[in-house]
Design a protein around this ligand. Structure first.
Ligand code: GUN
Length: 296
């Protein structure tokens, strides 16, 4: 049997080059006496994963030379107080980009929060106005994870035209926008897309027909070798914390792909960690730069 050479899609390296490019652009803005991009991140409660992601976003702002503000609320914050804060950030001309880390506590409406963020500062690309523009192929903020995946595939010159892409998971954050972007009539699209979810019949049969699989369902090691065609491109969006007594932290991070068995069948595959996660932050930083330069 022919086994193709498998290549790792190294999100760390590609994210680093995106960040270096942004740093140069920010240095230039500073030299020209222009104000630096400023991201405001809102974190509610003490969810361990959310804390880690937000800390990483704030740290990356510092590395690039952006300003950042972290606004923390207790888990018990009222919806009203949170919406008021978002309104203040919308009106604050020193702030270019706003993100509210998800998930939110149950008593707060995600829909209301997202709709309250000014579309021109919505660097997560979750506002209906940005989603609507994205669907129509108009310039918009593209949600960071799908955007990061496209940047990663573009870097490795992975062809999408005419390919069958299977996206597993239909979340507003990843799966659904990913399915739309891959179907668009442009250089990172032109795929035939199948969007699979918890009610999909014959998932394995569909996956076996896929040239590109994006696993974004949040089930550790869900995608196994028997579901993947020889030579496929596999993008793993999963980052689930799984109890692991052998680790100092008490958990290890698992992707949605059973890497060990799937990798040998792939032409390209993303590792976890070091794949999509790093790219998500790089893409957010690109959106923030765009917000800062559009804004002025
Ligand atoms: N939670 C998981 N992913 C994301 C993201 O990309 N943005 C925000 N704001 N919250 C998230």
């Amino acid at each position: 049997m022919y086994l193709c050479a498998m290549q790792i899609l190294d999100g760390k390296i590609v994210a680093q080059s995106v960040k270096e490019e942004l740093k140069q652009k920010v240095d230039l803005l500073k030299q020209e006496g222009k104000k630096t991009p400023h991201l405001a991140a809102v974190l509610i409660g003490n969810n361990g994963a959310s804390e880690t992601y937000v800390a990483s976003k704030v740290k990356t702002c510092g590395e690039i030379g952006y300003e950042s503000t972290l606004i923390r609320f207790d888990e018990s914050v009222s919806e009203e107080e949170l919406l008021k804060k978002i309104g203040d950030l919308n009106n604050d001309s020193t702030v270019d980009g706003i993100l509210v880390q998800l998930p939110l506590p149950k008593h707060i409406s995600e829909e209301k929060v997202i709709n309250t963020i000014a579309a021109e500062k919505d660097v997560d690309g979750f506002h209906p106005s940005n989603i609507g523009k994205m669907v129509q192929g108009q310039p918009s903020y593209i949600p960071a994870t799908p955007y990061g995946i496209l940047l990663l595939m573009q870097h490795y010159n992975i062809q999408t035209k005419g390919k069958h892409a299977v996206v597993i998971g239909r979340s507003n954050i990843v799966g659904r926008p990913m399915s739309i972007l891959l179907s668009q009539n442009n250089s990172t699209g032109n795929c035939t897309v199948t969007l699979c979810h918890s009610h999909t019949h014959n998932l394995k049969t569909l996956c076996l027909q896929a040239d590109i699989i994006v696993a974004a369902l949040g089930k550790p090691e869900f995608l196994t070798a028997d579901m993947v065609k020889e030579g496929a491109v596999v993008i793993d969006v999963g980052i689930t914390r799984v109890d692991d007594a052998t680790k100092k932290k008490g958990y290890s991070i698992k992707g949605d792909v059973h890497f060990e068995s799937v990798a040998p069948k792939c032409s390209f595959i993303t590792p976890v960690p070091g794949g999509v996660g790093a790219m998500t932050i790089a893409a957010l930083m690109k959106n923030t730069y765009l917000a800062a330069t559009n804004h002025r």
